[in-house]
Structure formats: structure tokens, C-alpha cells
Design a protein around this ligand. Structure first.
Ligand SMILES: [Zn+2]
Ligand SMILES: [Zn+2]
Length: 267
């Protein structure tokens, strides 16, 4: 084991994750939370709700800590890859061709997004929610730094399911970097608390995940709303949701027998 080489790779990957968090998160923090603090109605998903005093700093510390753990693990994996560890990852496009490389980049994104949906849904199981996932849901009005502000066990679960496809299907290493960057950056944007829509056709607006923090057990998806539509867990109009309403489909309000309440919210 070459500890100096391992240390160098780990430090670089910790710094990369933490730098992205602070650059992207810092941008939204300064532009909106500082720059437009006087007028939250014009930009904020939840204009009347802010994190409790101290929660802001708590999110920053926890998010940075988790991304550092993530950097330690992924840096260690990269170290072993450089030492000839055999995985299906390939390094020359010519090995499999452009068509395969592009198609599997899309596949990787869809797989990671789907796995994140099912892992997240499992975290909303009553017991797991109370002891683990509740850490993330303490932040009712998310800010960019809430993105990885979660129980370290939850962070490790997400990291495990994210990396799982890499050990099964051959992906080009650049595809992996591109998809991981996309996932991290758009997760920060989705937690920004700022009302944002994307020009990217498959990327839902930030309101989609912000609503997850407001209503708890619905909208479990990460980037695509596809999985929630498939399983009927997309938020519905006029349904009652809350921390104690488990299952993902809300409750029919006692006074609304009409079918209109069953329509999905349009994101
Ligand atoms: Zn959740
Ligand atoms: Zn969240």
C-alpha cells in the first residue's frame, strides 16, 4: 500500500466534493439568502419559512462532513483502480465505441436515479424514518447545504446504491464523472429553497423536492419525476400529508369526497 499516493487521491476527492458544495451552495446563499433577504416572496419556495437559528450552520457542518466521508471512500476506490483492481470500468472509448458509451451514460443516469428513488422510499419506512432519515427532514425549508445534511448511515446507503451499477455494467470513466457531477450539482439546486425551473427537459423544478420537505411522504424521486408517477407517490392536489402520514399516497381529507383531490400536482 502506497500511503502517500492514497492520501493524495483521497485529499483531492474530498476537496472536489466539498468545493462543489461550497461553490454552488455559496452562490445561491449569497445571491438569494443574503442578496434578496428583504423580499423572499419573489424567489423563495417557502417564503414564510426559514431554518431555525443554528440550523443553517448545522446543515453546513453535516453536509461538509458527509461529503468528506464520501471523498474518503471514493478516493480509496480510485486508488485501488489505479493499482490494477479489476472492475468493468473502461478507459478508451474505442474499446466499446461511441454509441455504447453514450447509451450507457444515459443508462447510468437512469439507473442511479431509479436506485436513489427506491433507497429514499425505503428510508421513509416508519422505523428507518424515525431513527435515520428524520435527520434530513428536520430541515423543513431546505437551503443548498441541506443537500447532504443527513445521518451518515443514510449518506453511506446513498453512496452504496449510487456506486452499485459500476461493479456490474461496463461504463466509461468520464461517463461516471459526468453523471456524478450532475447528480451532486442538481441535488444542491433541488435543495436550494429557491424557486427554479430547468431548461433541461427531464429535470424537474426545485419545487418538486422542496415539496418533499414540506409534505414528507411523497415526491421521493431525485431528478426524474418518472418513478413517482409510476408508483403513484407524486403529490396529489388536496390530499393530506404530514410527518405521520406514511405510505407515499397521503390521506383523503374527510370532507373531500370529490375525485379532483386525486389529481397529481403538475411540476
Ligand atoms: Zn425523504
Ligand atoms: Zn432533501
Amino acid at each position: 500500500m502506497d500511503w502517500a499516493a492514497w492520501g493524495g487521491i483521497v485529499v483531492a476527492s474530498v476537496m472536489a466534493g466539498v468545493a462543489i458544495l461550497w461553490l454552488v451552495g455559496g452562490y445561491y446563499h449569497l445571491r438569494y439568502y443574503r442578496g434578496r433577504a428583504a423580499d423572499p416572496a419573489s424567489w423563495k419556495c417557502q417564503p414564510n419559512r426559514f431554518l431555525r437559528p443554528g440550523q443553517d450552520r448545522q446543515a453546513m457542518v453535516l453536509a461538509t462532513l458527509n461529503l468528506s466521508i464520501g471523498g474518503l471512500i471514493s478516493g480509496t476506490l480510485v486508488y485501488f483502480l489505479t493499482r490494477g483492481w479489476k472492475t468493468p470500468i473502461y478507459y478508451e472509448v474505442a474499446e466499446r465505441g461511441w454509441l455504447y458509451t453514450i447509451a450507457t451514460t444515459v443508462l447510468l443516469f437512469i439507473l442511479m436515479d431509479g436506485l436513489a428513488y427506491y433507497a429514499h422510499r425505503a428510508l421513509h419506512h416508519k422505523w428507518v424514518f424515525r431513527y435515520i432519515h428524520r435527520w434530513h427532514h428536520k430541515f423543513l425549508a431546505p437551503t443548498p447545504f441541506v443537500v447532504t445534511a443527513m445521518h451518515p448511515v443514510e449518506f453511506l446507503i446513498f453512496q452504496a446504491v449510487t456506486f452499485l451499477p459500476l461493479f456490474i455494467i461496463p461504463f466509461h470513466y468520464v461517463s461516471i464523472i459526468v453523471v456524478l457531477l450532475y447528480v451532486l450539482i442538481f441535488n444542491i439546486i433541488d435543495h436550494s429553497g429557491v424557486r427554479l425551473t430547468s431548461k433541461i427537459p427531464w429535470q424537474g423544478p426545485s419545487m418538486f423536492h422542496d415539496d418533499h420537505h414540506v409534505h414528507f411522504h411523497c415526491n421521493f424521486g431525485q431528478h426524474l419525476t418518472l418513478w413517482d408517477r409510476m408508483h403513484g407517490t407524486l403529490r396529489r392536489v388536496n390530499r393530506r400529508y404530514g410527518a405521520e402520514v406514511f405510505g407515499g399516497k397521503g390521506e383523503r381529507a374527510a370532507d373531500s369526497a370529490d375525485r379532483a383531490g386525486d389529481a397529481f400536482v403538475r411540476y
